[in-house]
Design a protein around this ligand. Structure first.
Ligand SMILES: Nc1ncnc2c1ncn2[C@@H]1O[C@H](COP(=O)(O)OP(=O)(O)OP(=O)(O)O)[C@@H](O)[C@H]1O
Ligand SMILES: [Mg+2]
Length: 473
């Protein structure tokens, strides 16, 4: 970054410097030419009567005076370019064929100028026709050194070059500082990421300002936090699951051992033990099934078979499966179902959710209690409610009941066979159906769970509404 910034800057500055010196050079030389042409013109005017009158002495005197005055060489030439008089006298009688002289002798111009190199120095030649009595009687030529102009240009170039170096140095420093400003946070983030890759997501990247790197750091931090939470949840899940599985396994182990320790096994005894063992195995099976369901939800691998289905029918059938359990628990279930309410959903999973909610209501309601199960249409939605007059849920526990393995009263739940996975599964099922689940409860008064699902629009063309509607509860 520094290199490319400096290169770009050097190219820009270099070009600017070149243009500046070129412009200054042509400006200075032009200005000098204008002045000198003016001088040679005035000289020609003054020399005209002398040339016209063949006053050689007067001409020589004027030449000397002008040469002294302007520190230049002055010459008077014949109209065809032969030197008549030279302030330095060395060119007398020679014919000059310089461009500017030729221009005037050919009558192409009355004023002319040119640059000539003599050794190391540059000379400016300025010529003007000498007119006397309306005819050209000669040519005035002035030769003046431009060395001072070139010296001036050289010092300007030198100064510009110093500025150029200074600017380049400043640009490099600025570019370096800027890149450090950008790169340092990137490097820091990179370090944090490397540590995260090696040791886990405990470290957080520092967020400074609001630029892109700060946003990147923020995103990384959010991701780290989520991964950390997931990691923690996974550990908790495994330890809870192992614990839940251990309980029935220990019971089985104890019963099997006591059976084995008997010297003689009478059949009644053995049957009793085996029935208990069988019950614990059933329970293990249920827990494992629930765990698998949840794990599949997490991996989003749960295959859903969504279809257009009558929720009214599904609720009725599911509650019917629980009727015996309710009767044994001494609770009464009241059904209030609107007819022909349809949703797009997986019948098996929705039935599982309804089952879990009603099962909870039965489990957590004392003998003689009541449960209302209702299903109704509300706007674009279908609203399913299970309300009971049970033990209720304490306020502090309400935000946790959907957590895995969470039970308000562990001892009581275990006695009723609960693992604390039921509501978590219900919540997942509702979520994959784009629904919402709400809970409202008061301790010792009762609990109400409400599930809101989007109602299905029109029946699919291949569905036969007659059949679905005909078997309504
Ligand atoms: N209707 C209800 N009345 C009172 N408490 C309830 C009710 N439903 C759930 N709870 C409380 O919420 C906890 C979590 O319920 P959840 O269904 O997840 O677990 P569980 O019923 O204990 O076990 P599982 O359903 O896995 O067999 C329960 O242990 C209970 O304390
Ligand atoms: Mg439950």
């Amino acid at each position: 970054m520094v290199l490319s910034a400096v290169t770009a800057m050097a190219l820009g500055f270099g070009f600017l410097m070149l243009a500046a010196t070129q412009l200054t050079a042509s400006f200075l030389i032009e200005r000098r030419a204008k002045e000198n042409l003016h001088i040679v013109d005035a000289f020609a005017l003054e020399a005209a009567p002398l040339v016209g009158g063949f006053d050689a002495e007067g001409i020589q005197a004027l030449l000397a005076e002008q040469a002294y005055l302007h520190t230049a060489r002055f010459l008077v030439l014949s109209p065809d370019g032969t030197v008549w008089a030279d302030s330095l006298s060395s060119l007398n009688g020679l014919r000059l064929a310089h461009g500017e002289v030729l221009d005037l002798s050919a009558g192409r111009a009355t004023l002319s100028q040119g640059l000539h190199q003599a050794g190391d120095t540059w000379l400016g030649y300025y010529a003007s026709t000498i007119v006397f009595d309306r005819s050209t009687v000669g040519i005035a030529l002035m030769s003046s050194s431009l060395q001072d102009v070139f010296d001036q240009l050289a010092s300007i170039r030198q100064a510009l070059f110093s500025y150029f170096l200074l600017a380049l140095l400043l640009a490099a420093a600025l570019a370096f500082w800027l890149t450090q400003l950008i790169i340092r946070p990137i490097n820091e983030l990179n370090d944090v990421m490397r540590v995260a890759g090696r040791e886990g997501f405990a470290l957080r990247a520092r967020v400074r300002g609001r630029d892109e790197v700060a946003q990147l750091s923020q995103s990384f931090n959010a991701m780290s936090e989520r991964l950390q939470n997931l990691d923690q949840m996974r550990n908790e899940f495994i330890s809870n699951a192992s614990h839940e599985l251990k309980t029935p396994l220990s019971a089985i182990k104890v019963m099997a051992e006591s059976l084995l320790s008997l010297e003689t096994i009478d059949e009644g005894h053995a049957r009793e033990f085996l029935e208990d063992i069988n019950g614990e195995v059933d329970r293990l099976n249920l827990i494992v099934q629930d765990l698998l369901t949840l794990v599949r939800f997490d991996g989003r691998q749960l295959p859903l078979q969504k279809e257009y289905l009558s929720l009214s029918e599904l609720v009725f059938n599911t509650v019917a499966r629980l009727a015996q359990l309710a009767r044994r628990a001494g609770v009464e279930i009241k059904l209030e179902l609107d007819e022909a309410l349809y949703v797009e959903g997986d019948a098996l999973r929705l039935s599982q959710a309804i089952y879990n909610l009603v099962d909870n209501a039965i489990k957590y309601t004392k003998e003689g209690g009541r449960i209302w199960v209702s299903l109704r249409h509300e706007g674009q939605n279908v609203v399913f409610t299970v309300r009971d007059t049970g033990i209720g849920i304490p306020k502090a526990a309400l935000s946790h009941i959907f957590d895995r393995f969470y039970r308000v009263d562990k001892a009581r739940s275990r006695a009723t066979g609960g693992t604390g996975l039921g509501l978590s599964i219900v919540q997942n099922i509702v979520r994959v159906h784009d629904g919402e689940i709400l809970v409202d409860s008061a301790e010792d008064e009762g609990t109400a769970f409400t599930v809101i699902l989007p109602a299905a629009q029109d029946p699919e063309p291949y569905d036969e509404p007659d059949e679905a509607g005909g078997s309504q509860p």
